[in-house]
Ligand binder design. Structure first.
Ligand code: HEC
Length: 97
């Protein structure tokens, strides 16, 4: 029995390690970012900023600032609130350079 549990634990950790990194493009769609920032970062309306061409690091820092409330915006504070560090990294990588 103990050996079975050991094998099971091994299997689970192997699966966790081989997990493919998050796809920023898919996240942008599933999280609703594309509605305002478009698929590739060209905004859909003048009231939304385009993200394409922006530095990945800058975008990551902005998303972290929105999440923590350090940067205030009614829309983006809500959008960033539920994002994990990993999701922020993937989204910044997708939109930025
Ligand atoms: C309803 C429209 C809307 C949605 C949906 C939305 N955003 Fe935004 N986003 C905005 C607006 C408006 C701003 C500018 C806010 C400000 O003035 O700080 C902004 C700003 C940003 C910025 C900072 C840009 C800069 O130049 O500093 C980033 C990065 C960003 N959004 C990423 C995202 C991501 C990633 C998502 C999805 C999780 C998302 N946004 C969803 C409207 C939206």
């Amino acid at each position: 029995m103990t050996r079975l549990i050991f094998l099971f634990t091994l299997l689970i950790s192997a699966a966790a390690c081989s997990r493919t990194p998050l796809d920023g493009g898919e996240l942008a769609t599933s999280k609703g970012c594309v509605a305002c920032h478009g698929n590739n970062g060209t905004a859909t309306a003048p009231s939304y900023p385009s993200l394409d061409g922006q530095w990945e690091r800058y975008l990551r820092l902005q998303l972290m600032a929105y999440r923590s409330g350090k940067r205030e915006n009614g829309i983006m504070n809500g959008m960033a609130a539920a994002l994990t560090d990993e999701e922020i990294r993937a989204l910044a990588e997708h939109y930025g350079r």
